[in-house]
Design a protein around this ligand. Structure first.
Ligand SMILES: C[C@H](CCC[C@@H](C)[C@H]1CC[C@H]2[C@@H]3[C@H](O)C[C@@H]4C[C@H](O)CC[C@]4(C)[C@H]3C[C@H](O)[C@]12C)C(=O)SCCNC(=O)CCNC(=O)[C@H](O)C(C)(C)COP(=O)(O)OP(=O)(O)OC[C@H]1O[C@@H](n2cnc3c(N)ncnc32)[C@H](O)[C@@H]1OP(=O)(O)O
Length: 382
């Protein structure tokens, strides 16, 4: 796999850093998640392919252990509030002094500087600060966040993973590591570059929810069908729009022009009425195989069995039968291989990993007895 041999230490976080770590693990990196001791069950739902070491960082021995793990690794991924790692003496300057080729990724909401740098926050706050939240929502309604996808995952975990891979690539030339300041505000905004850069062509001139791509246009929206399912319509270009009207059995000459903003509410009413007259399956029989850009709105339970997705094996099952998306994108020679084992128990691999990092059994035993580290689940042989 593409990242085989890359050693990553991921400090356990809430959502974005676990996703970033999972991407790296999916593509072959050796990811060790550092959990707290006495933590009970892990809340990391994105632990595929990772191992867990439980360390008590409120002890000086725990801190010096983590330092040893970090400096022997290629990547450190930390998700804490600005200043937390420095307080522990594990800030990037310290660690890079010891290992100049270390890639030190800091995944936070607001970045390492600025007036909000030390403030608590979550996806919705970062999205709001990125400007994008103001664009999301139906006409006349308040802005709403599309789950916690944009800041936590697209702008956060995924963008940080890109930063890490870029830094690793650059390191092959310079031999040097670097610090990655991954701000979810900036990452989300960057993902939304199209919005900024397409303002000049008038795509966003109208109020929220009344533009072409924000549910303002009737030809770019979802519709309820007779069986209470939905279809998604994305028939923007005139040649595709024509096919949409053909499938709906609507006569273009009897309708207002496609791009007449003031007629969009009336066009939406007509489309809604039409779509409500047949089931989703009926519409798919009509539209599948055309370029009308009409697709079913699938539920999470339906996606993997849709023939398109099942042809491509786009979803995988773990050993518990739990389904999730196959890592993307597909690489032709070195594709990712999603691990089928469920995520690790907290501290499941403490002994195994510490041995790999060069600790002697007697040293590990001492740390276990002192509560500096914990080992749970499968009994490890010392
Ligand atoms: C919308 C999403 C978040 C969704 C996540 C949800 C799925 C979960 C969120 C809340 C969970 C529920 C809750 O916990 C209550 C229940 C608990 C129960 O066990 C399970 C059910 C629950 C209902 C549970 C269910 C789910 O898990 C939840 C609903 C997001 O937006 S995520 C993005 C968040 N933002 C960031 O990641 C940005 C960067 N980080 C930060 O800004 C801060 O870390 C953050 C997130 C604001 C948290 O701040 P906090 O004050 O808590 O921490 P920090 O200041 O960062 O300091 C960390 C301290 O921890 C010490 N530490 C770290 N590791 C160790 C260790 N191994 N040993 C000892 N100590 C450790 C570290 O030294 C720091 O200590 P100090 O404060 O003393 O310096």
């Amino acid at each position: 796999m593409a990242l085989a041999g890359v050693r990553v230490v991921e400090l356990a976080g809430l959502a974005p850093a676990p996703f970033c770590g999972m991407i790296l693990a999916d593509f072959g990196a050796n990811v060790v998640r550092v959990d707290r001791t006495k933590a009970g069950a892990s809340m990391d739902t994105q632990a595929r392919g990772k191992r867990s070491v439980a360390i008590n960082l409120k002890t000086s021995e725990g801190v010096s252990l983590l330092r040893k793990l970090c400096v022997q690794s290629d990547v450190v991924l930390e998700p804490y509030r600005k200043g937390v790692m420095e307080k522990l003496g594990l800030g990037p300057e310290d660690l890079l002094k010891e290992n100049p080729s270390l890639v030190y990724a800091r995944l936070t909401g607001y970045g390492q500087s600025g007036m909000y740098a030390t403030a608590a926050g979550h996806d919705i706050n970062y999205l709001a600060m990125s400007g994008l939240l103001s664009c999301l929502g139906r006409s006349g309604e308040k802005p709403y966040a599309p789950l916690n996808l944009l800041a936590d995952f697209a702008g956060g975990g995924l963008t940080c993973a890109l930063g890490i891979v870029l830094a690793l690539l650059e390191r092959t030339k310079s031999g040097k590591g670097q610090i990655i300041d991954s701000s979810m505000v900036e990452g989300a905004a960057y993902v939304g570059s199209f919005i900024w850069k397409s303002r000049a062509i008038g795509l966003w001139n109208r109020p929220r929810g009344e533009n072409m791509l924000d549910s303002g246009a009737p030809f770019y929206d979802t519709y309820r069908t007779a069986d209470d399912e939905h279809v998604a319509v994305g028939a923007i270009e005139p040649q595709f729009y024509k096919q949409l009207l053909q499938g709906l059995k609507l006569d273009e000459d009897q309708l207002p022009p496609q791009m007449s903003f003031s007629d969009w509410p009336e066009l939406r009413r007509i489309f809604s009425e039409r779509f409500a007259s047949k089931t989703q399956a009926d519409w798919l029989r009509i539209f599948d195989g055309t370029d009308a850009c009409v697709t079913p709105v699938l539920s999470l339970d339906q996606v993997s069995s849709h023939p398109h997705n099942s042809d491509r094996a786009s979803f995988v099952k773990d050993s518990n039968g739990e389904e999730s998306p196959r890592p993307a994108p597909l690489l032709s020679r070195t594709p990712a291989q999603a691990c089928v084992n469920p995520g690790p128990l907290i501290g499941e691999h403490t002994v195994e990993v510490l041995k790999e990092y060069g600790f002697k059994s007697s040293e590990i035993e001492k740390m276990l007895t002192a509560g500096v580290v914990e080992c749970s689940g499968v009994k490890a042989k010392l």
